[in-house]
Design a protein around this ligand. Structure first.
Ligand code: ARG
Length: 272
């Protein structure tokens, strides 16, 4: 598996587009942010995770959260395809041309959404562990109609889930499908119908407290084929629960990035 990361050179909190950013505004220690990013690099290097890096661009302080920029998928003959996000928030729209250029240079077939539909990329569209379908969040950054368009473009079913709590504005803030059975979840972040869908699918649902959720515990990097999870380490109880299920945990602190409302999962995009 390969991932795409973005350098934090221009990372900052200069506007508020989610509830976490209010406190983060003008309050970023950039040296510390760079150190956290470097420590994450060290973990990926030690683990031998294959990553590509795109340069952050001036004026786009959230570009470090590459998860939101696109969704990659395989074409019918295994071709590399990408759906570039239409970001919902005006402040982030300008990231897309940089991302699109990068994917074109890498030889991806590029797809786009109609202008009137927004999408938060792999922030709101998550692969199920067996990659046979997608989980789609809607309510804040992505519309249900976007899911139907994603189905048409990728050929994969999208199981739509409705998000109802602004503190959990992207699906990757409140759901982490780990295996076909196990998931981390902040169940109250979903409407009742979606809660039922989640409970019916995952036979071993690890439910998180509000506080664990707001510490971005779901926002972890799952390397299920290696029984490994990279997380920011703020929820010891959940680390224990995962270790008890046979997972190895690597802790990569993301304190500065949490002030922008993002953590480990947001800071990478899975590449096909
Ligand atoms: N400040 C960023 C935003 O609100 C954080 C993005 C976090 N990304 C994620 N996949 N949840 O867009």
């Amino acid at each position: 598996m390969q991932i795409l990361r973005c350098t934090p050179k221009f990372f900052d909190v200069t506007y508020v587009i989610n509830p976490y950013m209010e406190a983060g505004l003008g309050n970023i220690n950039k040296t510390k942010a760079q150190e956290e990013w470097d420590a994450m690099t060290k973990i990926y290097d030690e683990l031998g995770v294959d990553y590509k890096v795109i340069e952050g661009q001036e004026g786009f302080p959230d570009m470090v959260f590459t998860a939101n920029a696109a969704l990659t998928f395989k074409g019918p003959n295994g071709e590399k395809n990408v759906l570039i996000s239409n970001m919902a928030k005006e402040e982030r729209k300008g990231e897309s041309p940089h991302i699109e250029k990068w994917f074109r240079e890498q030889g991806y077939q590029v797809h786009k959404l109609p202008e009137h539909l927004s999408c938060s990329g792999t922030g709101d569209i998550l692969y199920n562990a067996d990659r046979s379908f997608l989980w789609g969040g809607h309510g804040f950054r992505t519309q249900p109609e976007t899911h139907r368009e994603v189905e048409r473009i990728t050929g994969l079913e999208v199981k739509s889930l409705r998000l109802v709590d602004p503190w959990f504005y992207d699906l990757d803030t409140c759901l982490a499908p780990i295996t076909k059975e196990i998931a981390l979840c902040n169940i109250m972040a979903f409407d009742e119908a979606s809660q039922e869908v989640i409970r019916a699918y995952f036979t071993d649902l690890i439910e998180l407290t509000e506080e664990e959720g707001r510490n971005f515990t779901c926002n972890s990097h799952i390397l299920a084929d290696r029984n490994l999870i990279i997380m920011n380490g703020r929820s010891p109880r959940v680390i224990q629960a995962l270790e008890a299920r046979g997972f190895q945990i690597r802790v990569s602190p993301t304190d500065e990035f949490l002030k922008a409302g993002g953590s480990v999962a947001c800071m990478k995009m899975t590449l096909i």
